[in-house]
Ligand binder design. Structure first.
Ligand SMILES: [Zn+2]
Length: 81
């Protein structure tokens, strides 16, 4: 799934870029609360890679519970590779 890989890589690049520009909090430097619980958020969760900057901060546990972005789910798998 080369195309999906590049879509997800692009979405992650956009998030990294937004962090650099201060549009999204850098959670390795700042405490950001998980959207779903009170733990420290560790990553930005994409619900759809078609909206690369529509992300929510979540901890690893909640990110797993949420499952993959819809583009990956549509393939019936949990992983891009
Ligand atoms: Zn959480």
């Amino acid at each position: 799934m080369k195309k999906l890989q590049s879509i997800s890589a692009n979405a992650h690049r956009r998030v990294a870029d937004a962090k650099r520009r201060g549009l999204l909090a850098n959670m390795s430097k700042t405490f950001v609360k998980c959207t779903d619980c009170d733990n420290r958020a560790e990553q930005y969760d994409h619900r759809s890679y078609a909206k690369p900057l529509e992300v929510e901060p979540v901890c690893n546990g909640c990110n797993k519970k949420r499952g993959p972005a819809i583009e990956i789910r549509a393939l019936g798998t949990n992983h891009v590779r």
